[in-house]
Design a protein around this ligand. Structure first.
Ligand code: UT7
Length: 357
């Protein structure tokens, strides 16, 4: 029998009335210093600038040097610090590292198997009051982490959440494989999601999907996680990115419009009402295909793949933060931009949302 005490009645009423709104209050990014151009790669790979630019839209990418303080933890912490430093620019006011109560780090390329990259970033950032954990969803990681942050805030459990996407794919690149070596780059991006009045809630419903890909069209096999490790596996260095580019491309050209269509419909807007689209940067042709599908001019799609390549979980926040800084994304005082965010990648995973910012 259910016995209702005054305390449990209060708890029920409180949980029914205490729904919180959530909004992104800041963005940040950190990329390695070293620029590797297509011509640089052509010096040791059977490729050329024309092929890479035409087929992918990539001209150069950043490659990290962990020996120079550019590991996943370093870059993730730098992106998070940049998001803290830019609270005033983006939303007015300020936030200290101690005000962060949760850090979610989306990464597939952390420096350690454990502890989590998020815990190490917590320490570096001085976010002493935060809970911290990682999320593994490859290139869709930022969308999944943002969705998780939104739900934690909506439930009232946390108030200021640092969402980080960081990947150093270069650690797993086979530099003799031209089909993957030209695609990926390293970097980190971050967004801070904070609680607000429910009336100010800036998120529309997320559309997220997974389809376990037993055909393994995109993977890195973990030798460290296999026991016993075969001598042959160690010699063959199998911890490298394998990608069936065509299969992933075919998946992506369907997944991106599908996710955007569902997210836009759930937001109640029409595609032409979205001010900017910030898509995962995997191939310019995938982004162009989505623009054609929605009959939206490419100027509304934020693209920086030419300079960074595919930075996996980091690509969306890097693209937003840079475009805002460069004035490609314009926001008048008091204006609320409608942003369509979309990601996809290994898993397979894909997802999108519309946020107001
Ligand atoms: O974020 C994770 C999601 N990942 C993706 O979204 C990647 C999706 N896939 C793609 O973007 C494209 O499939 C690639 C850019 C990876 C490849 O482009 P493609 O137009 O699908 O090329 P392909 O794999 O069909 O290869 C065409 C030709 C092949 O030569 P042959 O067999 O026709 O003689 C390849 O060997 O291009 C060759 N090729 C290259 N040539 C010069 C493959 N890579 C290179 C290269 N330089 N780097």
């Amino acid at each position: 029998m259910l016995i209702l005490t005054p305390v449990s009645v209060f708890a029920i009423i409180f949980s029914m009335s205490s729904r919180f709104g959530a909004k992104v209050i800041s963005w940040g990014r950190a990329v390695p210093e070293r620029v590797v151009t297509n011509d640089d790669l052509a010096q040791f790979l059977d490729t050329d600038d024309e092929w890479i630019s035409k087929r992918t839209g990539i001209s150069e990418r950043r490659i990290a040097d962990p020996e120079k303080g550019e590991g996943a933890i370093d870059l993730g912490a730098a992106a998070a610090q940049s998001a803290l430093d830019q609270v005033e620019k983006y939303s007015g006011g300020s936030l200290a590292a101690e005000d962060i109560d949760l850090i979610i780090c989306a990464t597939a390329t952390g420096d350690y198997l454990f502890p989590s990259t998020a815990c190490m970033i917590q320490d570096k950032l001085g976010a002493s009051n935060a809970v911290a954990f990682d999320m593994s969803a490859a290139c869709t990681g930022f969308i999944f982490a943002l969705n998780t942050a939104y739900n934690y805030i909506h439930s009232g459990q946390f108030k200021n959440i640092m969402v980080i996407g960081v990947d150093l794919m270069s650690k797993y690149i086979d530099w003799a494989d031209r089909s993957t070596a030209v695609i990926f780059g390293d970097g980190a991006g971050a967004a801070i999601v904070s609680a607000c009045d429910e009336a100010e809630d800036a998120f529309h419903p997320f559309y997220i999907k997974s389809r376990g890909d037993s055909d393994c069209s995109l993977y890195v096999k973990s030798v460290a996680n296999q026991y016993p490790v075969a001598e042959a596996d160690i010699k063959a260095k199998p911890e490298m990115v394998y990608m069936d580019g065509k299969a992933v491309y075919e998946f992506a050209v369907k997944a991106v419009p599908e996710a955007l269509e569902q997210a836009i419909e759930a937001s109640g807007y029409k595609p032409e009402e979205i001010d900017y689209f910030v898509p995962h940067q995997a191939n310019i042709r995938i982004i162009q295909g989505a623009a054609r599908r929605f009959k939206i001019p490419m100027e509304k799609f934020i693209c920086n793949i030419d300079r960074y390549g595919n930075t996996s979980a980091a690509s969306i926040p890097i693209a937003f933060d840079e475009a805002y800084e460069l004035g490609q994304i314009k926001r008048e005082p008091g204006q609320k931009l409608k942003l369509g965010l979309v990601g996809f990648g290994a898993g397979l995973t894909w997802g999108a949302t519309v946020i107001e910012f």
